[in-house]
Design a protein around this ligand. Structure first.
Ligand code: TYD
Length: 200
């Protein structure tokens, strides 16, 4: 079965480790997949990513750039992959625009809804993992050995708003699987596996 999985959570929620585990599960079942990320995923998308992560801009410009990168990503990579029967595991997608640009930065939801309808009117992920964690714990997990990007430098208040937006979107929608990311890695992996086995 071909599936489109997205992985979300505030910065420091442990997404990278869990993405690796999801990929290993696909490997173990010999299921073809690609692993990709947003913003980014294509040559142009990665250039847009570096602007997004480091340059100051208004929230509407930021949202438009997120969707420009996403449009390129969908047309050049995500849709061709799904059409060839290759599953897609994507580190963030449109839920991140709602969580960060709407929840965190206050752009009205309609601005994002319009772009979502234009850029991917038909497509939604089959499954979205949200790795949920308190911003105070997440902050202590973000590496202090490297320079933090624009988003990672945001306040705890900002991440609380981002987190609430994710959790509200997940309510009453079976596409989402919210996992408590403060649990032990074993427990988290068990929950991921139980969910994945419904699909693969
Ligand atoms: P992230 O996956 O967290 O990068 P890294 O793995 O290097 O930490 O994504 C980069 C940032 O982009 C993250 O802080 C969230 C932000 N973002 C948005 O604000 N809106 C979006 O639509 C997307 C896809 C990401």
């Amino acid at each position: 079965m071909t599936i489109f999985i997205t992985v979300e959570g505030i910065d420091g929620a442990g997404k990278s480790t869990h993405l690796e585990f999801i990929a290993k599960t696909f490997d173990a079942k010999s299921m073809p997949y690609i692993m990709t990320r947003e913003p980014g995923g294509t040559e142009l998308g990665e250039k847009i990513r570096s602007i997004l992560l480091h340059d100051d801009m208004t929230v509407s410009t930021e949202t438009l750039l997120m969707f420009s990168a996403r449009n390129e990503h969908l047309q050049k990579k995500i849709l061709p992959s799904i059409n060839q029967g290759v599953s897609v595991i994507c580190d963030r997608f449109t839920d991140a625009s709602y969580a960060y640009q709407q929840g965190g930065k206050g752009i009205e939801s309609n601005f994002i809804e319009v772009l979502e309808k234009l850029v991917h009117p038909e497509l939604q992920p089959d499954l979205t993992f949200i790795f949920d964690i308190k911003p105070s714990i997440a902050r202590s997990r973000i590496s202090h050995e490297r320079d933090l990007d624009k988003f990672e430098r945001s306040s705890e208040e900002f991440f609380k708003a981002v987190r609430n937006n994710y959790l509200n979107r997940a309510k009453n929608n079976s596409r989402y699987c919210v996992i408590d990311s403060s649990q032990t890695i074993e427990k988290i992996q068990k929950e991921i596996l139980v969910k994945l086995e419904e699909f693969i």
